[in-house]
Ligand binder design. Structure first.
Ligand SMILES: Cc1cc2nc3c(=O)[nH]c(=O)nc-3n(C[C@H](O)[C@H](O)[C@H](O)COP(=O)(O)OP(=O)(O)OC[C@H]3O[C@@H](n4cnc5c(N)ncnc54)[C@H](O)[C@@H]3O)c2cc1C
Length: 419
């Protein structure tokens, strides 16, 4: 599809999260006249007392997440790096791996210096105006937006609307397929400051139905802060069981309890992410990006990378002859193959395995990692060889069926190359 040098389009981006900021910047760089409307106030993003850590993951074929964001115009400064992980099986056995290179970054989502703050500053520096405290109440495919600012109701027309208003999207309400209980993962956790007993930069990931049905619980420690979260699929939680119970169980584990003894609680974390993609990415003069299009990673629930990437693509499409056609084509060719693979792995692994099978799968992964240098495994240049010999050692031990069923789909989902 060709790019046109036609008159500049007037583009309104809804939402100044990661997708919205990326969209605004690339639309601006492509010559559009861009406005951003955001329901929160600037202070609630940049001066917020509450905080939450998230991880920008590196564990997939794109390699370094920071290089990827930089490629799209965002040089992000992470708070801290993590260089290893401990993965715990349902019975508490752990696999411990350390890497020479970062395999992810700690990123703060609120407050000074957070990724959201950095993105906002970047687009303001480019001269793009953000109307904070302005909520979109309705959006029509003909380009009309209804905005609410205080007691005022405003109607505005755009040549193109980019919906980047997150999971509870108003812009995409009548465009994407509705979200049901089994389309989301819920996260509930606590964030602490001060001394703690976890190894900084080593993420912990716990599995099993007692702590996190269909999902995983995690600990993300930096030098002086730590986030403890458990995630779950609501439809896999037994009836009459509250989500809080899972967090309480996680906090009651001896190593977690001990690790948090001297820390001070800062805030509670609660939220949900879609784990199934949207079926449509726009309509008429509307394009949907990030979580409004449900472009999160179905396996881990991570959404930051795809929010930035899809926002960038939406912005790039603004100066083409057919923005929606171009955007859909880009999403289908660049994002959906990976999402599809990870969706398949979720269906075959997270949605299906009982605790005994998870136990066995982790023991097999432990075998592969202990016989191979984990660095070789996570390095794109040596991955193929490391994986080949790891899988070979499993099949030699008679794990042929399990290797085919469990390990190969998981590897495929994380690293896109043929085995
Ligand atoms: C507990 C939790 C932990 C997570 N951890 C990770 C992680 O470790 N790694 C990772 O990659 N992802 C993680 N995610 C997911 C990640 O946060 C999202 O996928 C990502 O933020 C999506 O970006 P977005 O720009 O699409 O949406 P958002 O970041 O949600 O931004 C949407 C913006 O639109 C604004 N808005 C909403 N409605 C309106 C409206 N009607 N009018 C105007 N403005 C509006 C909002 O105020 C917001 O600023 C986590 C999510 C949760 C809930």
């Amino acid at each position: 599809m060709s790019k046109s040098s036609a008159n500049s389009r007037r583009v309104i981006v809804v939402g100044a999260g990661l997708a919205g900021c990326a969209a605004a910047l690339s639309a601006h760089e492509n010559g559009s006249i861009v406005e951003v409307v955001e329901s929160r106030t600037r202070g609630s993003i940049t001066e917020s007392e509450t905080t939450s850590f998230e991880a920008l993951q590196n564990l997939n074929q794109e390699g370094d997440a920071l290089r990827l964001t930089s490629k799209y115009g965002f040089d992000i400064e992470p708070e801290a790096v993590y260089r290893g992980a401990k993965i715990y099986s349902p019975s508490g056995r752990s696999i411990d791996f350390r890497l020479l290179k970062p395999h992810g970054y700690f990123i703060r989502r609120k407050g000074k210096g957070s990724i959201d703050h950095q993105m906002i500053e970047r687009i303001e520096k480019a001269g793009i105006e953000i109307e904070f405290g302005t909520r979109v109440k309705g959006a029509s495919p003909d380009g009309t937006l209804t905005l609410v600012r205080g007691a005022e109701i405003i109607e505005r027309k755009a040549d193109l609307i980019i919906g980047a208003d997150g999971r509870s999207t108003t812009v995409g309400m009548n465009i994407t397929n509705p979200i049901f209980r089994n389309d989301i993962a819920i996260g509930i956790g606590l964030h602490y400051k001060g001394p703690h007993g976890f190894e900084p930069g080593i993420a912990q990931c716990w599995l099993g139905s007692e702590l996190c049905p269909g999902e995983y619980s995690y600990v993300l420690p930096t030098e002086d802060e730590v986030t403890v979260v458990t995630t779950m699929r609501p439809h896999m939680v037994p009836k009459n069981t509250s989500y809080d119970i899972y967090l309480r169980r996680f906090l009651a584990l001896p190593s977690i309890k001990e690790g948090l003894e001297s820390s001070n609680l800062i805030c509670k974390i609660f939220g949900s992410v879609p784990v199934t993609p949207g079926k449509r990415f726009g309509q008429g003069k509307i394009l949907l990006s990030g979580e409004s299009a449900r472009l999160t990673d179905p396996l881990l629930g991570f959404g930051m990378k795809n929010a930035i990437l899809s926002g960038h693509l939406a912005g790039t499409s603004t100066q083409t002859d057919d923005p929606l056609g171009y955007y859909e084509e880009m999403i289908r060719s660049l994002l959906l193959p990976d999402i599809g693979r990870r969706m398949k792995a979720r269906g075959g692994i997270m949605d299906r395995l009982d605790d005994g099978q998870i136990e066995r799968m982790l023991s097999m992964i432990g075998t592969v990692l202990s016989e191979n240098d984990p660095n070789g495994f996570f390095d794109p240049k040596t991955r193929r060889r490391a994986l080949g010999s790891g899988l070979w050692s499993l099949t030699r031990r008679g794990y042929v069926t399990e290797t085919m069923k469990l390990i190969i789909p998981l590897m495929r989902a994380n690293f896109s190359f043929s085995i």
